[in-house]
Design a binder for this molecule. Structure first.
Ligand SMILES: [Zn+2]
Ligand SMILES: [Zn+2]
Length: 499
């Protein structure tokens, strides 16, 4: 007997160097949560995994700046993440920390047993600051992209997507002291595995842009160095090259393998949600790590979907906690004092036009809360209560609306926006039927309106889980009757409007 496919949804690991903001939520965890709720409604076996990425140069730099221990900083953000996820009704079946003993052990074991036989020792270059007396990874420097001259401080340029390769002639500055850096020749290990064209083709279907596709096809990450001369990260204990740590893009991605280690290897369908800037790493390194850990036969059956997210911008620049310092409120910890979590979830779903980047603004979020969330949805039930008899009992009749045929959620992974539009349409129709009833007192239009909304409660559960759990106790749907407990509805919390 073939067992049922288990779906594993992975959200890209949030990086513990700043609080969660709308861009990070929209970039991976929220759409993953929508998908999980959708599969649960369809009675599928599904789990949602993620974790906090606790290492990397930016945390180390922040620690230097604040004269604190980097672990302490990462841990405090990690704890804030958990609170914010809880507020947003985003739950995980497993959530790890990359600095946990278990993860460090898992990574070391993987390096010793799976990766080690394939490694070649090489000589390569690394930036060194003579003033700070240490080596720096790309996140600790700033330089110009070799191809488009954009200022970058990451392995991949966010403008032209090319990979920055350090040569002996590279020029860069230290982020900490801004001085020009020395380029030193250092030992490293090379990750030599190259994906086959067949494996590439499989991954490339999810490539977000033509240009990225071209770069990916060229294999720009092939043959990467796997160690960094940095003091903050996971050391490969058995490495013969000392005073190094494992490249964060390898050890963080090993989290996915660790998270699913206890799931049976057969019939797994994997969904990876991440931002388009991380496509190279997720597509290339992640698949190589998976392929390393499996037999050739199981690679044939390897089932993964990469779901790539565009940027949420602020003033047309990618929303980011490290680059922005303006008055615009976009951190969840600030927003949660002002609006309910359903508003944030719903607003971000509305922003989610997957084919392009979208712009965030706090003013727009508040407008959305007042006009869409309060007026269209919450007040619908208040209106019902005002205009109907003390209790309403409906006999099961054929629903008069053709629209009901469309109520099965046509949820598309690549187009959450369709789900949003259909949801809005249903609610608008429900409200307009209610208007008709108020005008003509024709009970049939009232019945249709209520039934329509009740039939769309699945949408509420996916998009607005708080509101759903509030409403579901007040509405009873049996085979023969739909009843609405108006006494309970009158006890709905009043939703505030904001100026
Ligand atoms: Zn560039
Ligand atoms: Zn320096």
């Amino acid at each position: 007997m073939i067992s049922e496919t288990k779906k594993i949804i992975f959200s890209a690991l949030p990086y513990s160097h700043g609080d969660l903001h709308c861009g990070r939520i929209l970039g991976s965890t929220l759409p993953a949560d929508f998908l999980k709720r959708y599969f649960l409604l369809k009675n599928k076996k599904v789990v949602h995994y993620s974790g906090s990425d606790m290492f990397g140069e930016l945390i180390y730099l922040k620690a230097l700046d604040l004269q604190k221990n980097p672990n302490e900083i990462a841990l405090s953000y990690h704890e804030n993440f958990l609170k914010d996820f809880d507020f947003l009704n985003i739950s995980f079946d497993k959530y790890l920390k990359t600095n946990s003993f278990e993860h460090i052990e898992f990574v070391n074991k993987f390096f010793d047993e799976q990766l080690c036989p394939y490694l070649d020792k090489v000589l390569n270059y690394s930036f060194f600051c003579n003033y700070c007396r240490r080596f720096l990874s790309m996140r600790g420097i700033f330089t110009k992209c070799f191809y488009c001259k954009e200022t970058i401080s990451d392995d991949v340029c966010e403008k032209c997507w090319n990979h920055f390769k350090i040569t002996k002639d590279s020029i860069a500055n230290c982020k900490n002291c801004e001085r020009i850096l020395e380029v030193k020749e250092v030992q490293n290990f090379r990750f030599p595995i190259v994906l086959t064209q067949q494996q590439r083709n499989k991954i490339i279907q999810s490539c977000p842009t033509k240009y990225l596709k071209k770069l990916f096809n060229k294999g720009i990450l092939d043959g990467r160095d796997i160690l960094r001369y940095s003091p903050y990260g996971i050391a490969w204990t058995n490495s013969e090259i000392k005073n190094t740590i494992i490249y964060v893009w390898i050890e963080a991605l090993l989290s996915y393998l660790q998270l699913e280690a206890s799931d049976s290897n057969n019939n797994l369908e994997r969904f990876f949600f991440f931002g388009k800037d991380n496509f190279h790493f997720h597509a290339e390194i992640l698949h190589k790590l998976y392929f390393l850990s499996r037999s050739p036969e199981s690679i044939q059956k390897f089932n993964s979907k990469l779901i790539i997210r565009n940027f949420l911008n602020c003033n047309n620049k990618k929303l980011s906690s490290s680059k922005f310092n303006e008055k615009e409120l976009f951190f969840i910890k600030d927003l949660k004092k002002i609006v309910p979590s359903d508003t944030i979830r719903f607003y971000l779903l509305e922003k989610d036009l997957l084919n392009r980047d979208s712009n965030y603004s706090f003013k727009e979020l508040i407008n959305f809360h007042n006009k869409i969330y309060c007026n269209k949805f919450i007040n619908y039930f208040h209106r019902i209560q005002k205009c109907s008899p003390k209790s309403i009992l409906f006999k099961k009749t054929k629903l008069m609306l053709d629209f009901q045929n469309k109520l099965d959620i046509s949820f598309e992974l690549s187009n959450l926006n369709k789900t949003y539009k259909l949801f809005i349409k249903i609610i608008d129709l429900g409200n307009s039927l209610l208007d008709k009833y108020i005008k003509n007192k024709n009970i049939r239009t009232l019945n249709s309106s209520i039934k329509l909304i009740i039939n769309s409660l699945d949408y509420f559960e996916i998009i607005m889980p708080n509101f759903f759990s509030e409403i579901k106790d007040k509405i009873k749907v049996t085979d023969t009757q739909i009843s609405l407990n108006l006494e309970n509805i009158s006890r709905f919390k009043k939703i505030e409007f904001f100026n």
